[in-house]
Design a protein around this ligand. Structure first.
Ligand code: IMP
Length: 427
């Protein structure tokens, strides 16, 4: 029996999808436990390209159970769109199960996401830069204990009562606080009742399924979404998402204890990127940043937004090693850096009073006052895409990898050298 958690170690988009795809092919259960359709990854299966936002990556394998745990927030229209798109391409999705406790994204969450972002932008000039998918408002209602869950969605009487109660309150906020257009609650009920009818067949208890699978010796893969620095507690708050993408979130968002987790693989890129607003100490504002963006195709899968690009930051990586309890790292996109003469790696931060710190600061106020301390490393040349063994990499690239490993304090077990699933080196 074995179970693995895959987490992002930076600000997302580290290429978790690729590592997950490789592992999903061997897994018997694949679980998503946090986030919603703010996540997005591209999967190449056979000759076909699929863009998944909510469906777990094991969906292509009919014998692999695919679970959406209680910690996931579900946009039913988005999910049904994905399911129907899959069915049209011959993937039945009969292996999907959705935890009855998972919260549902309602139309007022989408409105409130936009209204709150606009308000913040007007008030302070800066908003979070959310994906606009209603994620924050949905998790807020969950914490406020007024959310609608998948169970409610699949029980029309309950659904009606809850839509009328919560909807009335939400409409008051939309109208009286923000001056926005209220939701037509009768129309919302009709629309969501229909979603419930279609999703009912997938409703289950993901906690029980996962626990039983583990006891039966099955291989379980917890598929992370977002990343460590977007975690609501351990990320760059308030420029974060509203869930727990760190490894502990896999337990909370599935309903299993930490002893069920055997390994935690942290995924990173050989440089750093971020979408949305918020601090990014090693961000590059020059042509080198543009070069990395173009070469690495750094544009968002969900929103198409250009990603901000910068150097590898070992301070945030050590933060990720600690907060996730990483057992190994998978670092992607070494090929993107080929041809850059001198590479820089951030090894520490210098505070305003000149001290060097090795740990990621607790608050943005402290982080704002920090400057990255760089170490310069010789760059490497050549086409890495055909390398399948560590020894086949250019010597300078090997040195770069070994230095990153040393600075992160964690074994690098997987190296990405190209976009395709087989363009990896296992070490
Ligand atoms: P939200 O999750 O839509 O509320 O967005 C909050 C922040 O998290 C924003 O900066 C988003 O750009 C970022 N974010 C959310 N999901 C992802 C993701 O899958 N990859 C990268 N950034 C994300």
């Amino acid at each position: 029996m074995s179970s693995s958690v895959i987490v992002g170690t930076q600000w997302g988009d580290e290429g978790k999808g690729k590592v997950i795809d490789i592992m999903a092919a061997q897994a018997e259960v694949v679980v998503r436990s946090s986030g919603g359709n703010n996540a997005g990854h591209t999967v190449v299966h056979g000759d076909e390209v699929y863009k998944l936002q909510l469906l777990p990556s094991g969906i292509f394998y009919p014998d692999t159970l695919c679970l959406l745990g209680s910690g996931v927030v579900i946009n039913p229209q988005g999910l049904l769109g994905e399911i129907n798109g899959m069915k049209e391409r011959g993937i039945t999705c009969d292996n999907l199960r959705i935890d009855a406790r998972a919260d549902v994204i309602m139309p007022w969450h989408l409105k409130l996401d936009r209204l709150s972002e606009d308000f913040k932008a007007k008030q302070t000039g800066v908003n979070v830069g959310t994906t606009g998918k209603g994620i924050g408002p949905c998790y807020a209602d969950k914490a406020d204990r007024i959310g609608l869950r998948i169970y409610d969605l699949c029980h029309p009487e309950l659904l009606k009562t809850k839509i009328m109660q919560t909807g009335e309150l939400k409409n008051l906020v939309i109208e009286k606080v923000y001056g926005g257009e209220p939701c037509d609650l009768d129309a919302v009920y009709e629309e969501y009742k229909a979603y419930g009818e279609q999703l009912k067949q997938y409703m289950a208890d993901a906690s029980v399924i996962t626990f039983d699978a583990y006891k039966a010796g099955k291989k379980i893969l917890f598929e992370g979404a977002q990343a460590t620095l977007l975690d609501i507690d351990f990320g760059t708050y308030p420029f974060v998402t509203s869930s727990h993408p760190i490894a502990g979130g896999a337990c909370v968002g599935t309903g299993v204890g930490p002893k069920l987790i055997d390994e935690v693989i942290g995924v990173a890129k050989s440089y750093t990127t971020r979408v949305g607003n918020g601090p990014f100490p090693t961000e590059l504002f020059d042509e080198l940043g543009d070069l990395i963006r173009e070469r690495g195709h750094e544009f968002g899968t969900v929103t198409g937004r250009p990603r901000r690009c910068g150097w590898f930051d070992a301070v945030i990586m050590r933060h990720a090693v600690r907060t996730n309890g990483l057992t190994s790292l998978a670092i992607n996109k070494f090929d993107t850096l080929a041809g850059i003469e001198k590479l820089k790696v951030c090894v520490a931060y210098k505070t305003a009073d000149g001290h060097e710190i090795k740990d990621f600061p607790v608050t943005l106020e402290e982080l704002d006052k920090c400057q990255p301390v760089y170490e310069e490393i010789d760059g490497f040349d050549g086409d890495l895409s055909g390398c399948r063994k560590f020894e086949e990499l250019p010597e300078k690239c090997q040195k770069y990898v070994l230095r990153l490993e040393e600075l992160c304090g964690c074994h690098i077990g997987i190296l990405g050298v190209g976009p395709a699933r087989d363009q990896v080196i296992f070490r």
